[in-house]
Design a protein around this ligand. Sequence first.
Ligand code: AMP
Length: 284
Amino acid sequence: MQEAARLARAENKIVGLVPTMGALHAGHMALVERARRECSQVVTSIFVNPTQFGPKEDLAKYPRTFEADSQKLAEAGVDAIFAPQPADVYPPGFRTYVNVEGLSDRLEGRSRPGHFRGVATVVLKLFEICQPTYAYFGRKDAQQVRIISQMVRDLNVDVEIVICPIVREHDGLALSSRNAYLSADERKAALVLSRALTAARDELGSGTRDALALQTTMQKVFAGEPRAALDYVEIVDADTFEPVTRIARPCYVLVAAFLGKTRLIDNLYIEPSPSNPDELQFHL
Ligand code: AMP
């Protein structure tokens, strides 16, 4: 892969990388299609990265569907699939990890200690190996892409991060490889995440700017769905990921919840409208 990447760079190819853990769905494929439009060569990596899973998490049972994935990627016109084995990525004696301080220890990082250290480390390795011009990430994992952007800036990595919108099912559920774990009943209950975010968006639409009021609204939506256990609902500055009290600058409404053993996340991105900074626009 590194050899091919070196060649592509020497030929002045615009290389797009789409890092994934496989079990590909329309959310992943939207990243691939965007990369296809913007790059002359597209590489998709498929790697279920052990270092980003906690000891009690779902590493062993994470869906692995390589055959179906490679077919989808071939149909989408991807030039290369990079699917290394864990022992290739982390050979015996591996010792170096990337830690993006501050941003990594709250929200997802607090619920999943060590998660972002694993993510940042593997993504830097993927960048080094694949040498992309652009790398495509989904806004679904908002904190992840914020941390990766910070790493790229701090370590002078020569890659441009492209952030793509969340792709949802027709009923609002954000696509996720982990949705495959849900029973029919949990699948219905999982709609509470997007329903809570929609409630927050509607309240913002009618003028509320108070973060606590929005949080309370969302907690009430969760209280009405006993099959879901709320992990957190937070409203944070999109740059610092610190909680905000009033919605003014770009920010995220972030939610994480358990449906049975399955942990799902979702978010609403809020930013001032480019044409009128007094107005907000919402990206669900
Ligand atoms: P994963 O395979 O879950 O590690 O995800 C690989 C990439 O796909 C990450 O950049 C995710 O943010 C992105 N992604 C996952 N689900 C979605 C979705 N529903 N919409 C947009 N991007 C997504």
